[in-house]
Write a protein that binds this ligand. Structure first.
Ligand SMILES: Cc1cc2nc3c(=O)[nH]c(=O)nc-3n(C[C@H](O)[C@H](O)[C@H](O)COP(=O)(O)O)c2cc1C
Length: 204
């Protein structure tokens, strides 16, 4: 498929990539709902009739999911939500607490897990990926590598989309996975892979 880009698009992408940095200090300003939805859509929203998304996925299996802990988003009640990639909408999943549950699972006292207006949890159906790609590697673990690589692609989309929305964020993976899983209501068969703290960056 021929890809056409304008000079402006090229400059914008290179500029965004060169300015991408992790942000860990956030203001109290709520995130605007349309901005959050665009960020989530960049990460995992379906953008073509064959179900494909902005982040690549081996065999287009799409084993990832996004659970969104909303603390301060204009027009969205605080709570936990599941992002629907096809509808590009949020569905309330539980009356789980939005404060106090994430800092305890950090391996490094990452306080931004509590102070961020939004925390996006990237989760995956590892068993689905392991089964699907079992024959690609003698130990049958290829699917797990693919999940991790796909998570990286989603994370970069989150970083760049946050930047273009005048927001900032940081990928957090230094957590106790099992403790984190206990704090969340994830899609069936999913395990947490990574978190992305999102909000308006505090001026440094
Ligand atoms: C796989 C991975 C795991 C990370 N885990 C954490 C984390 O647990 N806590 C954190 O504050 N930052 C985490 N980060 C962010 C890195 O610390 C950050 O990318 C690095 O310091 C480089 O800074 P920059 O993102 O501003 O370029 C992680 C980044 C990656 C790629």
């Amino acid at each position: 498929m021929a890809v056409t880009t304008t000079e402006q698009e090229r400059e914008l992408l290179y500029s965004l990539i060169s300015r991408r940095r992790s942000v860990r200090q956030f203001t109290d300003t709520p995130v605007e709902e349309p901005a959050l939805m665009r960020v989530l859509t960049c990460a995992q929203g379906v953008n073509s009739s064959d179900g494909k998304r902005g982040a690549p996925s081996a065999h287009a299996l799409h084993p990832l999911g996004l659970t969104v802990v909303v603390r301060r988003v204009q027009g969205v009640e605080a709570g936990s939500y599941l992002f629907d990639p096809a509808r590009k909408s949020l569905g309330r999943i539980a009356s789980a607490p939005v404060s106090g549950s994430l800092l305890p699972v950090s391996l490094a006292d990452d306080e931004w897990l509590e102070t961020a207006p939004v925390v996006i949890v990237i989760s995956a159906d590892y068993d689905l990926a392991l089964r699907h790609f079992a024959d690609q590697q003698p130990d049958g673990l290829r699917g797990s590598r693919y999940v991790d690589v796909e998570t990286g692609a989603v994370a970069q989309n989150l970083y760049l989309a946050a930047l273009v929305e005048k927001l900032g964020g940081v990928l957090v993976m230094g957590v106790d996975d099992q403790a984190l899983a206990r704090q969340l209501t994830l899609p069936a068969e999913h395990k947490p892979v990574a978190l992305f703290c999102l909000g308006q960056a505090q001026a440094s």
